[in-house]
Design a protein around this ligand. Structure first.
Ligand code: AMP
Length: 378
């Protein structure tokens, strides 16, 4: 199937061909036609499945139907859990709207940044991507209105609920006009997500992409049995001997993230840590450097992992195991994105062995192991 078969307009097809998307991903195949028809959608799909373009493309086309744009009146509202995701989703709207022939202005708003520029920038915005808390602040100061709202999108709804945004979300739903299209995307269909889904969606088309199997199969996984004190030398050995240029390393704490990045730098490897204790500006700059290829190693905690969206990420390393198998799949899932295979390497100490066994069982995938003691580590 091609993008053309999905009923997308020529100005969008032109943009897609420039982005070198050869063919639609599964969620795009299934979701684009129903969103174009104005139907509600429940999309159970992980990051990496191409879900953002799956709603951005048809929504851009639907926006074309009503060109009239009133000031401060939002037509499409996308709620997301994190600042990083807000910036990325807005970026997808901006890049995919390159050839639209109607007034279009998108904006990302999120907490942790000054509210004034966001308020001022709101003029003529018709697509708003927002984290729930900041959106409420903006509505309270009358910076935006929703009378013309056509579509509400909840992206990574499970994450939003896990972060405790339920109350804010309910308050936002009350502010919106009842007649609207609702799209809900979530990696999992948890009970909490189901409770929102029931009140929000009307006869939705359900699009379910099996996350674990599909993603896992795209990834070359390897484990290293390693003593805790050998992790640093092993990491450096792997980076140097493979001549890796872009490596994402996960740790389970902010403290470890800083420590690992410091140690790499001391050994002449270009590395930075990113985590919740770093300022918003610093996080953004570090991620931009990493995406641009100016930073070899990005060390991150799980909290930020969902926001990191890179088309092709060749290597992910679990320096420490995450507690939940779901987080493990999420971490390594970023190397097997949109049909690009990558390597996922996991450091396993003796203490981790049982937990790693549980993760493999949940993943239904056995990871081959190498004993780090057999390597010549400096
Ligand atoms: P997402 O699941 O929205 O986070 O998308 C994951 C990545 O896949 C993004 O970097 C997109 O640019 C990329 N992508 C989206 N759709 C396609 C497609 N049809 N073909 C190739 N890559 C795509």
């Amino acid at each position: 199937m091609s993008f053309k078969d999905l009923g997308l307009a020529p100005y969008l097809l032109e943009t897609i061909s420039k982005r070198e998307f050869e063919k639609p991903t599964r969620i795009q195949e299934e979701a684009i036609p129903v969103i174009l028809k104005g139907q509600d959608v429940l999309g159970i799909a992980p990051t990496g499945s191409g879900k953002t373009a799956a709603y951005v493309l048809p929504l851009l086309q639907n926006l074309n139907r009503t060109t009239k744009t009133r000031d401060r009146q939002i037509k499409i509202l996308v709620l997301v859990p994190t600042r990083e995701l807000a910036v990325q989703v807005e970026n997808v709207f901006r890049t995919l709207s390159e050839h639209v022939r109607f007034p279009f202005k998108s904006m990302a708003v999120f907490g942790g940044a000054s509210i004034n520029p966001q308020m001022k920038g709101m003029s003529r915005v018709n697509v708003l991507v927002a984290t729930p808390g900041r959106l409420l602040e903006l509505t309270e100061s009358n910076a935006i209105r929703f009378d013309d709202l056509e579509t509400l999108v909840l992206d990574e709804a499970d994450k939003m609920l896990n972060l405790g945004f339920k109350k804010e979300m309910d308050r936002i739903f009350e502010l919106l006009p009842p007649r609207r299209q609702n799209l809900l995307f979530s990696a999992t269909l948890s009970l909490q997500v189901q409770s929102i889904e029931r009140v929000l969606l009307k006869r939705p088309a359900i699009v379910k992409i099996e996350p674990v199997k599909e993603t896992i199969e795209l990834i070359n996984q390897l484990g290293y049995a390693v003593a805790p004190e050998k992790k640093g030398p092993l990491l450096r050995h792997l980076i140097r001997s493979n001549d890796w240029k872009q490596v994402l390393v996960f740790t389970s704490s902010v403290y470890q993230a800083d420590l690992v990045a410091d140690k790499l730098r001391k050994n002449g490897i270009n590395a930075q840590a990113t985590h919740s204790k770093k300022s918003q500006g610093k996080r953004r700059a570090t991620l931009a450097d990493f995406i641009a290829g100016d930073l070899t190693v990005l060390v991150s905690t799980d909290l930020l992992s969902r926001g990191i969206d890179i088309t092709y990420l060749p290597v992910v390393i679990n320096y420490e195991l995450p507690r939940s198998p779901k987080d493990f799949v999420h971490r390594i899932g970023r190397t097997g994105r949109a049909e690009n295979p990558g390597d996922a390497i996991t450091f396993v100490t003796e203490e981790d062995q049982h937990h790693f066994g549980v993760i493999q069982k949940k993943m239904k995938h056995q990871v081959p192991m190498i004993d780090a003691d057999t390597l010549d580590l400096k």
